[in-house]
Design a protein around this ligand. Structure first.
Ligand SMILES: NC(=O)c1ccc[n+]([C@@H]2O[C@H](COP(=O)([O-])OP(=O)(O)OC[C@H]3O[C@@H](n4cnc5c(N)ncnc54)[C@H](O)[C@@H]3O)[C@@H](O)[C@H]2O)c1
Length: 242
């Protein structure tokens, strides 16, 4: 199996895109550690998936998480920075706390986890880091916090790709468009539907579409792809899809 013997860390893997990524890696025989604020629903019968509760924006919790995995497995092969939140409002209505919360989870969180695993991957002389950005890094009305966090994550991806390349570690990002998850279903239904109508194919993606891109970027097949932002958005990033 493609990922036999590999240890994969996934943040925010209890639901949505992260859950689909964890299940895909489990199917391909990896050992997975999910790090999430929420407890899982315990329907997960896959013994390859382990769960640790924590907050990606808390450095102590991230360090304890990475130390725990190293104590148990002694190696970390793949890291997927997936946890993310939205707190949308036009800037004139956005509270400072909503800017800070989104930047802390979506940008500082990945930075903390990358900082914790970089020395391990450098020593191993191998590793893959995949950051889940968003098409909104290109700019979205009402998302000055979220788009900025994802734009920052794109820049972080490009910097770490340069810094870790000589250690045989690649760092790439997947940039999803509209994906049908709890996050997007938290919008009023008419807003969700208006976004669907803006898709070139008039349909949203599903979490498994992102899992396919992530496992490709984590595989041997992508060893010379580094510092790239793979748009997985049904063509939305091309521009007007009418
Ligand atoms: N759904 C979309 O259309 C879409 C589009 C573009 C990008 N994304 C990105 O994909 C990722 C996953 O999105 P989703 O739609 O599955 O979201 P979701 O809200 O369904 O799931 C996010 C998960 O992250 C966890 N989480 C939140 N804050 C955390 C924290 N501080 N520490 C640890 N875990 C935390 C949540 O508990 C949850 O399990 C996010 O980074 C999001 O920005 C989603």
């Amino acid at each position: 199996m493609m990922f036999s013997g590999k240890t994969v860390l996934i943040t925010g893997g209890v639901q949505g895109i992260g859950k689909a990524i964890a299940e895909r890696f489990a199917k391909l025989n990896a050992k997975i550690y999910i790090f999430d604020l929420q407890n899982p629903d315990n329907n997960n019968s896959n013994s390859n998936i382990h769960f640790i509760q924590g907050d990606v924006s808390n450095n102590n919790e991230i360090t304890e998480f990475v130390d725990h995995v190293m104590d148990v497995d002694g190696h970390i092969d793949i890291v997927v920075n997936n946890a993310g939140i939205i707190r949308d409002a036009a800037i004139w209505n956005m509270a400072e706390a909503d800017f800070d919360a989104v930047i802390n989870v979506n940008l500082k969180g990945p930075w903390l986890l990358c900082r914790a695993v970089a020395p391990i991957m450098r020593k191993q002389k191998s590793g893959r880091i995949i950051n889940i950005a968003s098409r909104s890094w290109l700019g979205n009305f009402g998302q000055s916090n979220y788009s900025s966090s994802k734009g920052g994550l794109v820049s972080l991806t490009r910097v770490l790709a340069l810094e870790l390349a000589r250690s045989n570690v690649t760092v790439n990002a997947v940039s999803p468009g509209l994906i049908d998850t709890e996050m997007t279903r938290s919008m009023p239904p008419e807003i969700f539907e208006s976004f669907v109508q803006k898709q070139p194919g008039k349909k949203p993606g599903i979490p498994e579409d992102i899992a396919s891109a992530v496992t490709f970027l984590a595989s041997e097949d992508s060893q010379f792809i580094n510092g790239q932002i793979l748009q997985v958005d049904g063509g939305k990033s091309i521009g007007a899809g009418h």
